[in-house]
Design a protein around this ligand. Sequence first.
Ligand SMILES: [Zn+2]
Length: 130
Amino acid sequence: MTHVSRHFVVKRTATGLGLFAVMSIAAGKRMIEYTGPIVSTKEVERRRGKYFFGINTRWSIDGSPRGNTARYINHSCAPNAASFVSGRQVWVWSRKRIQAGEEITMNYGQAYFNDYILPAGCKCERCMAE
Ligand SMILES: [Zn+2]
């Protein structure tokens, strides 16, 4: 368990690592930035990798550096957070009230889902409950 800020902690989950709230968070709060070097779409196509986050047709954020705490946020088909692009920044917002100790999740979208989640099957709370 690693405290990454006053508000978030990285902990082991059933499938790897995840980001968890230390204190409860109200709905509609800007929580955490998805950070990393800006790289071109061409570069993304050349290198691949699951931590690229497209901000427009030409540029993406390479979120692979460890300092990017938001990379620990796992996919969920019923997420409690969502990401929004603002200029060249990506911010993760709470979609609903998040309780202390709850894992932060967001929907990574169809392309990511098909490439990285579908092959092993989705392990999110909603899919595991079915
Ligand atoms: Zn799922």
